[in-house]
Design a binder for this molecule. Structure first.
Ligand code: NAD
Length: 249
């Protein structure tokens, strides 16, 4: 069991990579605390694995994050997975779009890390250290994509945030990495495809940009999540880890 004895908090855990990560971490022995705004999705996650505890939490609500952190015992691992994909160029982006995406994709991480880090550092003195993992994307400082102006900007900020935390706390055995997946088959990707003018072509276009000729599945991504939250990655910090099926070869 690669995460035995570890207490791990995961956001956006009702569906997609967050949910798959919660299940993968629990399968490796972790005590998982899963949060999302989708109460129904969380309830079915608890049914799927009774060892996972869930809380309805809006990651845009800094005060609610702080209040929940104050109730929970200290963590070993924190996986900030929540994020939203804005579609469009700079000319399509409103101030409200900017505020929403930065609030969910970046500020939520600032709030969770500020709330949980003191407990993680304290617990790390006994356990040998903790790990933070922040969900970025291949669309970020790694690579530009059409119609991902705001999304890529926020995910580049996630990489900067990650490196800053890693640099500040490396001496206290706290590691912080970012994960940069390619296009992953999740419910939100399916709704982006469905809302395109030509959904069949949209799916073909998503697949065409992946050299392996297919979308990633959540199971292509979760092994890296488990690795980066486990002690196996003890010498890895401050990295933007790309899992992209060869897009950036
Ligand atoms: P998804 O988008 O299908 O699901 C996201 C989950 O986040 C949902 O359960 C939703 O209820 C929850 N959520 C939305 N707003 C929330 C809020 N305010 N507070 C709490 N939870 C909230 O899942 P996904 O596609 O696996 O994406 C997860 C993360 O991975 C996101 O950060 C996304 O940007 C990133 N990502 C996705 C892809 C992809 O192709 N799917 C690729 C790279 C990175």
């Amino acid at each position: 069991m690669r995460l035995q004895g570890k207490r791990i908090f995961i956001s956006a855990a009702a569906q997609g990579m967050g949910r798959a990560s919660a299940l993968a971490c629990a399968a490796q022995g972790a005590e998982v605390i899963a949060v999302d705004i989708n109460a129904e999705g969380l309830a079915s996650l608890e049914v799927e694995n009774a060892a996972i505890t869930t809380h309805v939490l809006d990651m845009r609500d800094g005060a609610a994050i702080k209040a929940l952190a104050a109730q929970l015992p200290p963590l070993d691992g924190l996986f900030n997975c929540a994020g939203f994909v804005h579609n469009g160029t700079v000319l399509d982006c409103t101030d409200a779009d900017w505020e929403f995406s930065f609030s969910l994709n970046v500020q939520s991480m600032f709030h969770t890390i500020q709330a949980f880090l003191p407990g993680m550092l304290e617990r790390g003195k006994q356990t040998g250290g903790g790990a933070i993992l922040n969900m970025a994307s291949m669309a970020s400082s790694v690579k530009g994509f059409p119609n991902r102006f705001l999304y890529g900007t926020t995910k580049a900020a996630v990489i900067g945030l990650t490196k800053g935390i890693a640099a500040d706390f490396v001496k206290q055995n706290l590691r912080c990495n970012a994960l940069c997946p390619a296009t992953v088959d999740t419910p939100s990707l399916r709704s982006r495809i469905a809302s395109a003018a030509d959904p069949v072509q949209a799916e073909k276009d998503f697949i065409a940009r992946q050299p392996m000729g297919r979308l990633a599945t959540v199971d292509d991504i979760t092994p890296m999540v488990v690795f980066l939250l486990s002690d196996e990655s003890r010498f890895v910090t401050g990295q933007a880890v790309v899992v992209d099926g060869g897009v950036t070869i």
